[in-house]
Design a protein around this ligand. Structure first.
Ligand code: ADP
Length: 547
């Protein structure tokens, strides 16, 4: 493989020889223009978040060469996306759509099947098609980032918030269809989208929701961004975390701006963990908590200083608990164990009442202490959460990447009931397996009223094959052990998609058989993102692609 790369030979799509590939690419250049088709035959460069490659997974877990495209294409219009899809069907070449590809830790821009042609939608299709200030909504193309949307709302001086995930450089549309989350009350991105326009695997164009009803005089439907399900089966869901279509437009709701107050609460003991979860549950169910709060272990107070691990510990293996304690003592939060990050919304009087209820609830845990941004230095992590939790995109979260040299990260993110004993079961598995593979444990729990996303950020040195191997084995064991207890992931890196999809196997794999039925009906040639989310079209099934 790397020999081929050194000789500037592209990785070919499956079942396609060099002559066929070159002919097909020439045809594509005729359709799109030479400058909008780039064959992937140069050395791979990992770059960084803002200058990320669209040729491979910059955060490689296996070899850098393992998940690469054969070419990248840049459509400028919906019509060109349709042309590319028809081209792919003609040549039986797999295509892999990305919006911006800043999906770091989940595969980035890499296709699941190496040699696929990546469709980079975001580069040229990056218009904000509409912002409706009265309806508090917008209509976007795939290349609109959180930063771009935020700046446009500011430029127009609209009293609206966007909702941003931890890092703000990604695509609003791409993140929503991958069911990513943010931290204002509009943090569930897919739940706050309204209306899609989709290029289907046969090249046809579909509008969902009210968009299916034509507006007056050929215009867009006036309630396309107002009412999600419209009439008949609610089809939007099958275009999220799937390979059933290419989303070329999406409506999103925006939140009317309001007052906000971020805070943190520290807890002194590691074993307070299940009790904290028990206190959060009713607060979240009663909607006293204003957003999806995060509960983090104090080790992350070290990591979010942006200093490297070697500043704290130069030994081998995970940083020991007593060393974390020693350093935490000199940090603003002190020698504590768990740190809860929340934000409340509304006018000042309402926020004051909410904070009183929250303080009272957590005071049941001895030593719990609430701190406000004013109690902490300007460099503290809470200050960046003030931005994120009020819809201002930031890059602060990238500080994680200072922890080890050549850092990359990977997320393990099971869904767990918001109950102390369930939290304990998952936590015990995760702690034990991290110790087994010698990897620092960074748990963040995003806690809602009935379930929480228990998110582990595995940070590894991507120049070390050994570290990558341990990270991958750790992932696989955590997926298997938590699934055996009944817990499953909400999202995963493309390399673990088959395994995670395989855990959702109730009723003799009824769900996957259903997905495969849809896939084969919509995409008989199996050209669109084969293998994404573990869904393989007929052409690839049972031929050794699943891992
Ligand atoms: P972001 O830049 O916000 O992280 P990505 O472009 O990386 O988003 O999208 C995340 C994943 O979702 C991609 O890897 C791809 O598989 C899928 N995806 C993104 N955009 C589209 C789209 N417009 N249509 C279909 N699938 C998409």
């Amino acid at each position: 493989e790397s020999v081929a790369r050194q000789q500037n030979v592209p990785r070919l799509p499956p079942d396609t020889n060099r002559v066929e590939f070159d002919q097909a690419i020439d045809e594509l250049k005729q359709i799109l223009g030479e400058e909008h088709v780039a064959v992937n035959d140069k050395p791979l460069v990992d770059g960084w978040y803002m200058e990320h490659p669209n040729t491979h997974d910059a955060f490689h877990i296996a070899l850098q060469e393992d998940l690469v495209s054969s070419a990248v294409v840049y459509p400028g219009t919906v019509g060109e996306v349709q042309d590319i899809v028809r081209w792919a069907n003609k040549h039986k070449i797999p295509i892999y759509p990305i919006s911006m590809g800043r999906n770091i830790g989940y595969g980035g821009t890499a296709p699941r099947v190496s040699g696929s042609v990546v469709i980079d939608l975001g580069k040229r299709m990056n218009r904000i098609l509409n912002i409706d200030a009265e309806n508090a909504s917008c209509l976007l193309e795939p290349g609109v980032s959180y930063f771009a949307l935020y700046e446009e709302v500011q430029r127009r001086k609209l009293p609206l918030w966007i909702d941003t995930p931890d890092v703000g450089g990604g695509s609003v549309l791409g993140n929503a269809i991958d069911r990513g989350v943010g931290y204002t009350p509009y943090g569930d991105h897919f739940a706050n989208h309204c209306g899609l326009e989709i290029v289907l695997p046969n090249g046809e164009l579909l509008r969902t929701g009210m968009g299916a009803l034509p507006g007056k005089d050929g215009g867009d439907n006036p309630t396309w961004q107002s009412f999600q399900p419209a009439y008949g089966p609610y089809s939007d869901g099958i275009f999220s975390q799937s390979n059933f279509g290419i989303v070329v437009r999406m409506g999103m709701w925006l939140m009317p701006e309001t007052g906000h107050q971020s805070y943190l609460i520290t807890f002194p003991r590691d074993e307070d963990f299940p009790d904290i979860v028990e206190i959060i549950r009713p607060l979240a169910q009663q909607r006293i908590l204003g957003n999806i709060p995060q509960l983090r272990h104090v080790i992350q107070e070290l990591a979010t200083t942006a200093r490297p691990k070697s500043d704290f510990y130069d030994g081998i293996g995970p940083i020991p608990r007593d060393i974390i304690r020693e350093h935490a003592s000199s940090l603003p939060v002190g020698d504590v164990s768990w740190v809860f990050y929340g934000t409340q919304y509304g006018d000042a009087a309402s926020i004051a009442t909410q904070l009183d209820s929250i303080r009272a609830a957590f005071s049941k845990i001895a030593g719990a202490k609430m701190l406000l941004p004013g109690d902490l230095p300007p460099s503290h992590y809470l200050q960046s959460r003030v931005s994120v939790c009020s819809g201002v995109p930031v890059l602060k979260e990238l500080d994680w990447l200072n922890w080890v040299p050549n850092a990359a990260h990977l997320f393990f993110s099971p869904i767990v009931p918001t109950r102390g004993k369930d939290a304990q079961v998952v936590h015990e598995i995760v702690v034990r397996l991290h110790a087994k593979y010698g990897i620092d444990l960074f748990p963040t729990l995003c806690v809602a009223g009935r379930e929480m996303h228990y998110i582990v950020n595995i940070v590894y040195d991507r120049s070390s094959l050994d570290e990558k191997r341990r990270a991958a084995v750790l992932m696989r064991e955590m997926i298997a052990e938590t699934a055996a207890e009944g817990y499953g992931e909400y999202r995963t890196h493309i390399l673990f998609a088959d395994m995670v999809a395989g855990t959702y196997n109730w009723g003799n794999n009824a769900l996957m058989r259903f997905n495969e039925t849809i896939k084969d009906a919509l995409d008989p040639n199996g050209i669109l993102a084969p293998g994404r989310n573990g869904i393989w079209p007929k052409r690839f099934r049972g031929k050794g692609w699943e891992i």
